[in-house]
Design a protein. Structure first.
Length: 217
């Protein structure tokens, strides 16, 4: 009984060390920043909201750097990190699409057009539902972001920062927003369609790897 208890305590300590890591804490901190970010937007504190958004972006880069540098990658971090990113971006687009967030009269080219926000959300829902369906039917879990998906995320982050800068400095800044909206919409559509072919390639590679031992035997 004593040996079993020591084994249980050791197992719990090992599991805790894999969960309570600095990268995971930074990811959770980034998720905590989301309601702060939304509150600042609703109170039209766009400069402070932009600062919080930049801070969230810095923690995003820092948690990945620390995880690789100190070998603190974990299954929880692999799940939480993209969730935190998507929650921040989708929340930002939804809130910045609301007319009530901005002062009256509305600044030029604001709020964010509805069709941009719909494209951003639809792309993520499409990929999540598709990945879940593939996982249920085949058991495949080796999904990873494509290069176009990473570019899409970068454009969205840059776009949100540009939108909030235009909102905080409304004079002579909003002229570039139509270009930002077009870029975000185009990348959302293209990266969503591209992921169909990318996921198919991942599935084919996984099948070849699973069949290779049988061929060798």
């Amino acid at each position: 009984m004593f040996i079993y208890s020591r084994f249980t305590v050791h197992y719990l300590l090992v599991m805790s060390s894999r969960i309570v890591t600095v990268p995971n804490m930074l990811t959770i901190f980034r998720m905590v920043l989301i309601p702060v970010f939304v509150t600042l937007l609703f109170y039209q504190r766009f400069s402070l909201a932009l600062a919080v958004f930049v801070l969230a972006g810095l923690t995003d880069g820092l948690d990945g750097l620390l995880a690789r540098r100190f070998k603190q990658q974990s299954q929880l971090g692999t799940i939480l990190d993209p969730i935190a990113d998507k929650l921040m971006l989708v929340t930002a687009f939804i809130v910045l699409s609301m007319r009530s967030v901005f002062p009256q009269p509305l600044p030029g080219h604001l709020p964010v057009p509805f069709w941009v926000t719909v494209a951003v959300i639809s792309r993520d829902v499409f990929i999540i539902v598709g990945a879940a369906a593939i996982n249920i039917m085949t058991g495949f879990r080796g999904f990873r972001p494509s290069w176009l998906g990473k570019l899409n995320t970068t454009v969205q982050i840059t776009g949100i920062a540009a939108i909030m800068f235009a909102a905080s400095v409304p004079h002579y800044t909003g002229y570039y927003l139509p270009t930002v909206y077009a870029a975000v919409f185009t990348l959302a559509v293209l990266s969503g369609l591209h992921y169909i072919f990318f996921a198919s390639r991942l599935l084919n590679e996984d099948r070849k790897q699973s069949l290779s031992p049988e061929a060798d035997s």
